[in-house]
Design a protein around this ligand. Structure first.
Ligand code: Z5A
Length: 211
């Protein structure tokens, strides 16, 4: 049977990398060993593109180039990693996917939604089965991320950029409530983890055959 595709989304420092492990552990407790991956990245080409697109030394990168680099990485990721794994029955959990392009390049950079949809339908037509959106005020998330590492090219944007990213994520979630689960990521790691596990369990129940 074909595997399932789960994505984690959210702004800077929302806790996606931390919660990826919570998702892995929960699935493992049910006998599912998922493939964990990330965007941009997940392949040699994708990781090379990630290094380029986040490199502050390469600024300025125009919005069109940035969007195309995200989709170049995604097209490779989908064909080289995600699709083969799903076809082999493996579950895949990705730290970001196409919703991130809608949030960052759409909301943040003002690229038209129709353009992003056109790219997605051509280069990355697969939609996730479920998306966990970790929602947090940008100032709070940036403080967490900043405490951990030096800013990359996108993290160096002003606060209003990240406010637009958050609004775009929320709009995406409102437009596809059957796919999204929104999690308040402003709470403690333990509380967010519990909410992630509850949301995951809730979605897993929808996969069970009706009794
Ligand atoms: N990008 C894009 O523009 N378009 C696209 O299509 C795609 C991506 C796919 C790289 O993504 C960049 O690419 C990103 C979007 C853009 N922008 N930038 N820059 P990324 O996912 O690798 O980068 P990120 O958002 O910067 O990840 P992050 O900062 O690592 O955030 P995170 O994974 O959500 O958080 P974390 O690493 O789990 O946690 C951050 C810190 O907070 C860490 O010290 C944790 O221990 C701590 N933490 C986590 N949760 C909590 C709670 N609940 N309380 C307190 N502290 C916490």
């Amino acid at each position: 049977m074909r595997g399932r595709f789960i994505t984690l989304e959210g702004g800077e420092g929302a806790g996606k990398s931390t919660m990826l492990q919570a998702v892995r552990e929960r699935l493992a407790s049910r006998g599912i060993e998922p493939l964990l991956t990330r965007e941009p990245g997940g392949t040699r080409l994708g990781e090379a593109l990630r290094a380029l697109v986040l490199d502050p030394q390469l600024a300025p990168i125009c919005a069109e180039s940035e969007l195309l680099m995200m989709f170049a990485a995604r097209a490779q990721h989908l064909r080289e990693v995600i699709e083969p794994a799903l076809a082999a029955g493996r579950w895949v959990v990705s730290d970001r996917y196409t919703d991130a392009s809608h949030a960052y390049q759409g909301g943040g950079r003002g690229q038209p939604q129709a353009r992003i949809d056109a790219l997605a339908s051509w280069a990355a037509p697969l939609a996730p089965d479920v998306t966990l959106l970790l929602d947090i005020a940008p100032a709070e998330g940036l403080a967490r991320a900043g405490a951990r590492s030096a800013a990359d090219r996108i993290e160096g944007e002003a606060l209003d950029f990240f406010e637009r990213v958050r609004a775009a994520y929320r709009a995406r979630a409102a437009g596809a409530p059957e796919r999204f689960r929104i999690i308040d990521a402003s709470r403690s790691i333990a509380a967010v983890r519990a909410a992630v596990v509850a949301a995951l369990d809730d979605w897993l129940r929808t996969l069970e055959p009706a009794r």
